[in-house]
Design a protein around this ligand. Structure first.
Ligand SMILES: C[S@@+](CC[C@H](N)C(=O)[O-])C[C@H]1O[C@@H](n2cnc3c(N)ncnc32)[C@H](O)[C@@H]1O
Length: 369
Protein backbone atom coordinates (compact mmCIF):
# COMPACT_ATOMS: atom_id res chain seq x y z
CA UNK A 1 0.00 0.00 0.00
CA UNK A 2 1.33 3.39 -0.95
CA UNK A 3 0.87 6.45 1.19
CA UNK A 4 0.89 8.57 -1.98
CA UNK A 5 4.00 10.63 -1.29
CA UNK A 6 5.43 12.74 -4.08
CA UNK A 7 9.08 12.07 -4.86
CA UNK A 8 11.15 14.22 -2.55
CA UNK A 9 13.20 16.97 -4.24
CA UNK A 10 16.33 14.94 -3.64
CA UNK A 11 15.07 11.81 -5.41
CA UNK A 12 13.87 13.84 -8.39
CA UNK A 13 17.53 14.68 -9.05
CA UNK A 14 17.84 11.19 -10.50
CA UNK A 15 20.56 8.67 -9.99
CA UNK A 16 24.10 9.86 -9.35
CA UNK A 17 26.19 10.48 -12.47
CA UNK A 18 29.62 10.08 -10.96
CA UNK A 19 31.21 7.10 -9.26
CA UNK A 20 33.82 8.37 -6.86
CA UNK A 21 35.88 5.20 -6.76
CA UNK A 22 37.13 6.00 -10.28
CA UNK A 23 38.17 9.50 -9.33
CA UNK A 24 39.66 9.66 -5.87
CA UNK A 25 39.90 13.45 -5.56
CA UNK A 26 38.30 15.88 -3.17
CA UNK A 27 35.39 16.66 -5.49
CA UNK A 28 34.69 13.00 -6.00
CA UNK A 29 34.42 12.48 -2.25
CA UNK A 30 31.83 15.25 -2.16
CA UNK A 31 29.94 13.65 -5.08
CA UNK A 32 30.06 10.26 -3.43
CA UNK A 33 28.67 11.69 -0.19
CA UNK A 34 25.93 13.49 -2.09
CA UNK A 35 24.97 10.47 -4.16
CA UNK A 36 24.83 8.28 -1.04
CA UNK A 37 22.54 10.83 0.60
CA UNK A 38 20.28 10.64 -2.45
CA UNK A 39 20.15 6.85 -2.23
CA UNK A 40 19.55 6.93 1.54
CA UNK A 41 16.64 9.34 0.87
CA UNK A 42 15.31 7.03 -1.85
CA UNK A 43 15.24 4.17 0.63
CA UNK A 44 13.64 6.39 3.30
CA UNK A 45 10.96 7.65 0.89
CA UNK A 46 10.19 4.13 -0.23
CA UNK A 47 9.58 2.90 3.32
CA UNK A 48 7.86 6.11 4.43
CA UNK A 49 5.36 5.75 1.60
CA UNK A 50 4.20 2.32 2.76
CA UNK A 51 1.21 2.51 5.08
CA UNK A 52 0.22 0.00 7.74
CA UNK A 53 -1.87 -2.77 6.24
CA UNK A 54 -5.18 -3.86 7.71
CA UNK A 55 -5.32 -7.45 8.95
CA UNK A 56 -7.36 -8.40 5.88
CA UNK A 57 -4.85 -6.83 3.50
CA UNK A 58 -2.01 -8.56 5.31
CA UNK A 59 -3.65 -11.99 5.13
CA UNK A 60 -4.27 -11.45 1.40
CA UNK A 61 -0.59 -10.67 0.74
CA UNK A 62 1.08 -12.97 -1.81
CA UNK A 63 3.97 -13.32 0.65
CA UNK A 64 1.95 -13.71 3.85
CA UNK A 65 3.70 -16.96 4.77
CA UNK A 66 7.13 -15.46 4.12
CA UNK A 67 6.22 -12.50 6.35
CA UNK A 68 5.15 -14.95 9.07
CA UNK A 69 8.36 -16.92 8.66
CA UNK A 70 10.40 -13.70 8.97
CA UNK A 71 8.49 -12.87 12.14
CA UNK A 72 9.20 -16.32 13.52
CA UNK A 73 12.94 -15.93 12.84
CA UNK A 74 13.02 -12.50 14.52
CA UNK A 75 11.00 -13.87 17.48
CA UNK A 76 13.42 -16.78 17.91
CA UNK A 77 16.42 -14.40 17.88
CA UNK A 78 14.74 -12.11 20.40
CA UNK A 79 13.72 -14.96 22.70
CA UNK A 80 17.18 -16.50 22.59
CA UNK A 81 19.15 -13.34 23.27
CA UNK A 82 16.98 -11.07 25.44
CA UNK A 83 16.47 -11.24 29.18
CA UNK A 84 13.73 -9.71 31.25
CA UNK A 85 14.41 -6.02 31.93
CA UNK A 86 16.94 -5.57 29.10
CA UNK A 87 17.42 -2.17 27.47
CA UNK A 88 16.99 -2.56 23.71
CA UNK A 89 18.11 -0.44 20.79
CA UNK A 90 16.14 -1.22 17.61
CA UNK A 91 18.11 0.23 14.67
CA UNK A 92 15.94 0.73 11.57
CA UNK A 93 12.88 -0.26 13.62
CA UNK A 94 10.49 0.54 10.77
CA UNK A 95 6.82 0.64 11.79
CA UNK A 96 7.52 -1.16 15.05
CA UNK A 97 6.69 -4.61 13.70
CA UNK A 98 8.77 -6.12 16.50
CA UNK A 99 7.19 -4.21 19.43
CA UNK A 100 5.03 -7.19 20.44
CA UNK A 101 8.06 -9.48 20.30
CA UNK A 102 9.97 -7.18 22.67
CA UNK A 103 6.95 -7.02 24.95
CA UNK A 104 6.78 -10.82 25.10
CA UNK A 105 10.48 -10.82 26.04
CA UNK A 106 9.57 -8.41 28.90
CA UNK A 107 12.22 -5.84 28.02
CA UNK A 108 12.69 -2.92 30.38
CA UNK A 109 13.39 -0.10 27.95
CA UNK A 110 13.14 0.37 24.18
CA UNK A 111 14.64 2.94 21.81
CA UNK A 112 13.61 2.72 18.15
CA UNK A 113 15.21 4.73 15.36
CA UNK A 114 14.51 4.76 11.62
CA UNK A 115 15.33 7.04 8.71
CA UNK A 116 11.76 6.90 7.36
CA UNK A 117 9.68 9.55 9.12
CA UNK A 118 6.40 7.93 7.99
CA UNK A 119 7.44 4.60 9.50
CA UNK A 120 8.38 6.20 12.83
CA UNK A 121 4.96 7.85 12.91
CA UNK A 122 3.32 4.45 12.33
CA UNK A 123 5.56 2.98 15.03
CA UNK A 124 4.40 5.70 17.41
CA UNK A 125 0.70 4.97 16.83
CA UNK A 126 1.36 1.26 17.16
CA UNK A 127 3.23 1.76 20.44
CA UNK A 128 0.42 3.95 21.81
CA UNK A 129 -2.10 1.26 20.88
CA UNK A 130 -3.84 3.57 18.39
CA UNK A 131 -3.16 1.51 15.25
CA UNK A 132 -6.46 0.04 14.04
CA UNK A 133 -5.39 -3.60 14.34
CA UNK A 134 -3.84 -3.06 17.78
CA UNK A 135 -6.85 -1.41 19.39
CA UNK A 136 -7.77 -4.44 21.46
CA UNK A 137 -4.24 -5.17 22.56
CA UNK A 138 -3.14 -4.40 26.09
CA UNK A 139 -0.66 -1.57 26.42
CA UNK A 140 3.02 -2.25 26.02
CA UNK A 141 4.68 -2.67 29.39
CA UNK A 142 8.03 -1.02 28.63
CA UNK A 143 8.83 2.71 28.36
CA UNK A 144 10.10 3.77 24.95
CA UNK A 145 11.67 6.56 22.91
CA UNK A 146 11.42 6.96 19.15
CA UNK A 147 13.73 8.85 16.83
CA UNK A 148 14.05 9.51 13.15
CA UNK A 149 17.47 9.70 11.55
CA UNK A 150 20.07 7.97 9.43
CA UNK A 151 21.62 5.30 11.69
CA UNK A 152 24.55 4.96 9.27
CA UNK A 153 25.43 8.64 9.18
CA UNK A 154 24.67 10.03 12.63
CA UNK A 155 27.03 9.52 15.58
CA UNK A 156 24.39 7.91 17.74
CA UNK A 157 26.45 7.56 20.91
CA UNK A 158 26.29 11.35 21.25
CA UNK A 159 22.54 11.41 20.73
CA UNK A 160 21.93 8.44 23.05
CA UNK A 161 24.65 9.12 25.64
CA UNK A 162 22.03 9.35 28.37
CA UNK A 163 20.24 6.17 27.31
CA UNK A 164 23.23 3.84 26.87
CA UNK A 165 24.47 1.25 27.53
CA UNK A 166 22.03 -1.12 25.89
CA UNK A 167 21.94 -4.86 26.58
CA UNK A 168 20.69 -5.77 23.11
CA UNK A 169 20.92 -4.04 19.76
CA UNK A 170 18.73 -5.32 16.93
CA UNK A 171 18.94 -4.43 13.24
CA UNK A 172 16.36 -6.44 11.31
CA UNK A 173 16.41 -6.53 7.50
CA UNK A 174 18.33 -3.26 7.37
CA UNK A 175 22.09 -3.45 7.85
CA UNK A 176 22.65 -3.83 4.09
CA UNK A 177 21.50 -0.22 3.61
CA UNK A 178 24.74 0.82 5.30
CA UNK A 179 26.99 -0.98 2.82
CA UNK A 180 26.94 1.75 0.15
CA UNK A 181 30.25 3.16 1.46
CA UNK A 182 32.90 2.01 3.88
CA UNK A 183 32.27 5.13 5.97
CA UNK A 184 28.58 4.27 6.39
CA UNK A 185 29.31 0.62 7.17
CA UNK A 186 31.87 1.73 9.77
CA UNK A 187 29.44 4.24 11.25
CA UNK A 188 26.79 1.51 11.61
CA UNK A 189 29.19 -0.77 13.49
CA UNK A 190 30.71 2.07 15.52
CA UNK A 191 27.22 3.06 16.68
CA UNK A 192 26.34 -0.48 17.69
CA UNK A 193 29.63 -0.99 19.50
CA UNK A 194 29.57 2.34 21.33
CA UNK A 195 26.04 1.83 22.58
CA UNK A 196 26.20 -1.83 23.65
CA UNK A 197 27.48 -2.76 27.10
CA UNK A 198 30.42 -5.18 27.31
CA UNK A 199 28.94 -8.65 26.79
CA UNK A 200 25.88 -7.11 25.10
CA UNK A 201 24.38 -8.75 22.02
CA UNK A 202 23.85 -7.54 18.47
CA UNK A 203 21.19 -9.53 16.58
CA UNK A 204 20.03 -9.06 13.03
CA UNK A 205 18.91 -10.32 9.66
CA UNK A 206 20.04 -9.24 6.18
CA UNK A 207 20.45 -10.53 2.63
CA UNK A 208 22.88 -13.42 2.18
CA UNK A 209 25.49 -12.13 -0.29
CA UNK A 210 26.74 -15.63 -1.11
CA UNK A 211 23.31 -16.74 -2.28
CA UNK A 212 22.67 -13.56 -4.27
CA UNK A 213 26.04 -13.68 -6.05
CA UNK A 214 25.63 -17.40 -6.76
CA UNK A 215 22.19 -16.77 -8.29
CA UNK A 216 23.55 -13.84 -10.30
CA UNK A 217 26.26 -16.05 -11.76
CA UNK A 218 23.75 -18.77 -12.62
CA UNK A 219 21.43 -16.27 -14.32
CA UNK A 220 21.68 -15.64 -18.05
CA UNK A 221 21.69 -11.88 -17.73
CA UNK A 222 21.94 -9.48 -14.82
CA UNK A 223 18.48 -10.16 -13.42
CA UNK A 224 16.87 -13.13 -11.73
CA UNK A 225 13.96 -13.91 -9.46
CA UNK A 226 10.59 -15.62 -9.35
CA UNK A 227 6.93 -14.69 -8.87
CA UNK A 228 7.57 -12.96 -5.51
CA UNK A 229 10.97 -11.29 -5.91
CA UNK A 230 13.39 -9.93 -8.47
CA UNK A 231 16.98 -8.73 -8.27
CA UNK A 232 18.60 -6.60 -10.93
CA UNK A 233 22.27 -5.61 -11.18
CA UNK A 234 23.52 -2.74 -13.34
CA UNK A 235 25.70 -3.15 -16.43
CA UNK A 236 28.79 -2.19 -14.45
CA UNK A 237 28.64 -5.67 -12.89
CA UNK A 238 28.24 -7.47 -16.23
CA UNK A 239 31.38 -9.53 -15.65
CA UNK A 240 29.83 -10.83 -12.43
CA UNK A 241 33.21 -10.52 -10.77
CA UNK A 242 33.72 -8.60 -7.56
CA UNK A 243 37.11 -7.42 -6.39
CA UNK A 244 37.87 -8.25 -2.79
CA UNK A 245 39.51 -4.80 -2.63
CA UNK A 246 36.11 -3.08 -3.30
CA UNK A 247 33.56 -4.78 -1.05
CA UNK A 248 31.30 -1.69 -0.77
CA UNK A 249 28.80 -0.02 -3.11
CA UNK A 250 27.82 -3.23 -4.91
CA UNK A 251 24.30 -2.04 -5.56
CA UNK A 252 21.32 -3.94 -6.97
CA UNK A 253 17.65 -3.18 -7.35
CA UNK A 254 15.48 -5.37 -5.15
CA UNK A 255 11.78 -5.98 -5.57
CA UNK A 256 9.83 -8.12 -3.13
CA UNK A 257 6.14 -8.34 -3.92
CA UNK A 258 4.05 -6.31 -1.48
CA UNK A 259 7.12 -5.32 0.57
CA UNK A 260 10.27 -3.82 -0.93
CA UNK A 261 11.16 -1.90 -4.09
CA UNK A 262 14.42 -0.01 -3.68
CA UNK A 263 18.21 -0.09 -4.04
CA UNK A 264 20.12 -2.43 -1.75
CA UNK A 265 23.79 -3.27 -1.30
CA UNK A 266 25.69 -6.57 -1.14
CA UNK A 267 27.28 -7.24 2.27
CA UNK A 268 30.07 -9.80 1.86
CA UNK A 269 29.74 -11.54 5.19
CA UNK A 270 33.46 -12.13 5.78
CA UNK A 271 34.04 -8.38 5.37
CA UNK A 272 31.20 -7.61 7.78
CA UNK A 273 32.67 -10.07 10.28
CA UNK A 274 36.20 -8.65 10.17
CA UNK A 275 35.03 -5.03 10.20
CA UNK A 276 32.80 -5.84 13.20
CA UNK A 277 35.83 -7.30 15.00
CA UNK A 278 37.56 -3.93 14.67
CA UNK A 279 34.68 -2.59 16.75
CA UNK A 280 34.96 -5.32 19.37
CA UNK A 281 31.97 -7.22 18.03
CA UNK A 282 32.64 -10.96 17.80
CA UNK A 283 30.61 -13.35 15.71
CA UNK A 284 28.51 -15.82 17.71
CA UNK A 285 26.79 -17.34 14.67
CA UNK A 286 25.57 -16.70 11.16
CA UNK A 287 22.96 -18.91 9.50
CA UNK A 288 21.12 -18.73 6.21
CA UNK A 289 17.33 -18.69 6.84
CA UNK A 290 16.94 -22.24 5.51
CA UNK A 291 19.53 -23.56 7.93
CA UNK A 292 18.03 -21.43 10.72
CA UNK A 293 14.57 -22.95 10.17
CA UNK A 294 15.92 -26.50 10.10
CA UNK A 295 17.96 -25.95 13.24
CA UNK A 296 15.38 -24.21 15.45
CA UNK A 297 12.46 -26.36 14.30
CA UNK A 298 14.17 -29.12 16.31
CA UNK A 299 13.15 -27.28 19.48
CA UNK A 300 9.53 -27.89 20.59
CA UNK A 301 9.12 -24.38 21.99
CA UNK A 302 9.90 -22.85 18.60
CA UNK A 303 7.76 -25.43 16.76
CA UNK A 304 4.88 -24.31 18.92
CA UNK A 305 5.66 -20.66 18.13
CA UNK A 306 5.74 -21.50 14.40
CA UNK A 307 2.28 -23.09 14.70
CA UNK A 308 0.96 -19.98 16.46
CA UNK A 309 2.41 -17.64 13.85
CA UNK A 310 1.12 -19.88 11.07
CA UNK A 311 4.00 -19.68 8.57
CA UNK A 312 3.83 -23.45 8.00
CA UNK A 313 0.15 -23.88 8.88
CA UNK A 314 -1.18 -24.18 12.43
CA UNK A 315 -0.32 -27.86 12.93
CA UNK A 316 -4.06 -28.75 12.74
CA UNK A 317 -6.64 -27.88 10.09
CA UNK A 318 -4.65 -25.10 8.46
CA UNK A 319 -2.14 -26.74 6.15
CA UNK A 320 -1.34 -23.61 4.17
CA UNK A 321 2.38 -22.99 3.99
CA UNK A 322 5.06 -21.06 2.09
CA UNK A 323 4.89 -21.44 -1.68
CA UNK A 324 8.10 -22.76 -3.31
CA UNK A 325 8.76 -19.20 -4.55
CA UNK A 326 8.42 -17.78 -1.02
CA UNK A 327 10.75 -20.48 0.32
CA UNK A 328 13.29 -19.56 -2.38
CA UNK A 329 12.98 -15.89 -1.35
CA UNK A 330 13.67 -16.90 2.27
CA UNK A 331 16.95 -18.43 1.05
CA UNK A 332 18.11 -14.92 0.13
CA UNK A 333 18.50 -14.02 3.81
CA UNK A 334 20.67 -14.84 6.79
CA UNK A 335 20.51 -14.24 10.54
CA UNK A 336 23.51 -13.22 12.61
CA UNK A 337 24.43 -12.75 16.24
CA UNK A 338 27.49 -10.85 17.49
CA UNK A 339 28.68 -10.17 21.02
CA UNK A 340 30.45 -7.05 22.28
CA UNK A 341 33.79 -8.03 23.83
CA UNK A 342 34.33 -7.61 27.54
CA UNK A 343 32.80 -8.74 30.77
CA UNK A 344 29.41 -7.36 31.78
CA UNK A 345 29.65 -4.96 34.70
CA UNK A 346 27.20 -6.53 37.12
CA UNK A 347 27.18 -3.47 39.35
CA UNK A 348 26.07 -1.15 36.57
CA UNK A 349 22.34 -0.59 36.69
CA UNK A 350 20.80 1.01 33.68
CA UNK A 351 18.97 3.84 35.36
CA UNK A 352 18.32 5.75 32.14
CA UNK A 353 14.96 4.20 31.47
CA UNK A 354 13.14 7.12 32.99
CA UNK A 355 13.91 8.85 29.70
CA UNK A 356 11.33 6.55 28.12
CA UNK A 357 7.62 7.31 27.92
CA UNK A 358 4.56 5.10 28.18
CA UNK A 359 2.68 7.27 25.68
CA UNK A 360 4.54 9.03 22.87
CA UNK A 361 3.16 12.18 21.28
CA UNK A 362 4.28 13.58 17.91
CA UNK A 363 6.38 16.21 19.71
CA UNK A 364 8.27 13.50 21.63
CA UNK A 365 9.80 12.09 18.46
CA UNK A 366 13.36 13.31 18.12
CA UNK A 367 14.69 14.08 14.64
CA UNK A 368 18.45 13.61 14.42
CA UNK A 369 20.26 15.02 11.44
C1 LIG B 1 12.78 -4.03 5.56
S1 LIG B 1 12.51 -2.71 6.64
C2 LIG B 1 12.68 -3.48 8.21
C3 LIG B 1 11.98 -2.76 9.34
C4 LIG B 1 12.04 -3.47 10.69
N1 LIG B 1 13.39 -3.60 11.17
C5 LIG B 1 11.37 -4.81 10.62
O1 LIG B 1 12.05 -5.83 10.64
O2 LIG B 1 10.13 -4.85 10.55
C6 LIG B 1 14.01 -1.80 6.50
C7 LIG B 1 14.01 -0.55 7.34
O3 LIG B 1 15.32 0.03 7.31
C8 LIG B 1 15.14 1.42 7.40
N2 LIG B 1 16.39 2.09 6.99
C9 LIG B 1 17.01 2.02 5.79
N3 LIG B 1 18.11 2.78 5.78
C10 LIG B 1 18.20 3.33 7.02
C11 LIG B 1 19.13 4.22 7.62
N4 LIG B 1 20.16 4.70 6.93
N5 LIG B 1 18.92 4.59 8.91
C12 LIG B 1 17.84 4.13 9.59
N6 LIG B 1 16.93 3.30 9.06
C13 LIG B 1 17.11 2.89 7.79
C14 LIG B 1 13.97 1.67 6.46
O4 LIG B 1 13.40 2.94 6.60
C15 LIG B 1 13.05 0.53 6.85
O5 LIG B 1 12.17 0.89 7.89
Amino acid sequence: MKRGYQDSPSTSLGPPQSRARNNPGGDSQFLEDESMKIFARKVADHYSARTNQTLEEREASPIIHLKKLNNWIKSVLIQLYTRQGDAVLDLACGKGGDLIKWDKAKVGYYVGIDIAEGSIEDCRTRYNGDAAHHMHRKKFTFPARLMSGDCYEVTLDRVLAEDAPFDVCSCQFALHYSWSTKARARRALANVSALLRPGGTFIGTMPDANVIIKKLREAEGLAFGNSVYSIHFDEEFSEKKFKSSSPFDIKYKFHLEDAVDCPEWIVPFHVFKSLAEEYDLELVFVKNFHEFVHEYMKKPVFVELMCRLGALGDGNQDRSTLSPDEWEAAYLYLAYVLRKRGQPDRTEINGKRDRGLMHISKEDIMYVR
